[in-house]
Write a protein that binds this ligand. Sequence first.
Ligand code: PSV
Ligand code: MN
Ligand code: MN
Length: 430
Amino acid sequence: MTQLINNDLLGTQNQSLESGLKSDYTALGEKLARSDINIEAILQKAKAFSIAVPSWGVGTGGTRFARFPGQGEPRNIYEKLDDCSVIQQLSQATPAVSLHIPWDRPSDPNELRQYADQYGLMFDAMNSNTFQDQANQENSYKYGSLTHTSQAVRDQAIAHNIDVVELGQKLGSKALTIWVGDGSNFPGQQHFKNSFAQYIDSIKQIYATLPNDWNMLLEHKIFEPAFYSTVIQDWGSSYLAAKETGERCLSLVDLGHHAPNVNIEMIVSRLAQFGKLGGFHFNDSKYGDDDLDSGSINPYQLFLVFNELTDIQLENPSYSPFYMLDQSHNVTDPIESLMYSAAEVQRAYVKSLLVDRKALAHYQQTNDPMMAQATLKQAYNLDVEPILQMARFQSNGAIDPIACYRESGYRQQCAQARPVDPNKTGSGII
Ligand code: PSV
Ligand code: MN
Ligand code: MN
C-alpha cells in the first residue's frame, strides 16, 4: 500500500510515546475494571470506528466574504485523495472519502478508483450539487432545483442526481446524499405545499433508479441560502419526504443545520425510533451552519448524540448509519482539523460505550434526575485518550497524529509541489 508519511518517522515517534501510553492505558484499564468494564472490549470497538472525510474538506473553505488559501492546497481530486490518505494513515479512523459532484467529477472513474485503492481508501456517500449552476447548464437553479416551479429545471436536477448515482456505482459507493438550498427569501414568494410536493415527486423519480443496495439520504437545513423559508428545513420535512419515498430513503442529520439550542440528540432518537435515521454530517457550531471542527464548541452535545446511537445499537447491533465530517476549515490546516475532528467524534463514541445503562434505566424508571444525569456525566468526564491512542497505535497509525504530521513536513512538500492557484482566491463559496 502507498503511504505518504514515512513509516520510519512514524515508528520513531510512536516509540518515544509508547511506554507512557502503556502505563496510562493500564491505569485506565484498572479504573474501568472497578466498574466492571473491560477496556479491551472498548478498545476493539474504538478500532472498528470509522468516519468519512469530505473531499472538499481538505481545501480551505472560505466564507462569503473571502477565502484565504492555505499553503499547498490540493488542486484536483487526485491531490485531495493524497491528503485524505495522510489523514487515514495517521488517524486510522477515516478509511473512506465522500465526493461532491461536480466539484470532484473524474474524467475516468476507473482510474480514480484505482488511485484510491493504492491508499486503501474507499468511497462513501456521493453528494449531488444542484445549489450552484454548472458551466454549460441549460437551466438555472436561481429559483430552486428539485422543487422548482418549472418541470424542465426539476428534470435537469433529477438527471444530475441519477448521473451522480451512476458515477458512484463505478466508484463502489453505496449512498446518495441530497441537500438542496431551495426555498424563498420573501413571504409569498413560494407556495409551501406545491414546492414540497414537487420535491417529493422529484426524489421519487431519483429513488426509482437507485440500485437495490443503495440508500438515499435526505439532508435538511433550517436556512441558508434561503433566508425566509427552506423547503427541507427540518427533520419533520425530511422524515415525511423519506417516508413517502421508500424504505431505503432515510434522513441525514447535519449537526449545524438546526436553530441554536435545538435538542439534536432527541431528533436522533425520534428518527431512529421510526427507522428513518440514515446518516450524519458532523461539525460544530455556535450560531448557525458554522461548520466548525467537531467537538470544538459543544463536545457534550456530541457525546449525547452518541449516547442515543449506542442505545439504539444495543437493541440493533448491526445498525450503522453513514458518518461523515462536514466542516469548513478557514484558519487551520485542513489535514490537522480533520484528524483531530475524527478523533473527537471517536472520543464521543467511546465515552458513550462507558455509560452504565443499567443504572441509567433504573434512575429513569425511579424518577431520579440527579443520579440519571450524574450517570451520563460519569462516563463523559472520563479521560479516554489512552484508548484512542492505543487504537491508533495498534492499527499502525500515530499515537499523536498532529505531532507526527508536523514532523513529517508533508505540508511544506505540498507547498512546493502545489503552488497557489491565483484563480482560487477571492470570495468563498461554501
Ligand atoms: C450544506 O450546508 C452542506 O452541509 C451540505 O452537506 C453540502 O453538501 C455541504 O454543506 C457542502 O457544501
Ligand atoms: Mn452537510
Ligand atoms: Mn451545512
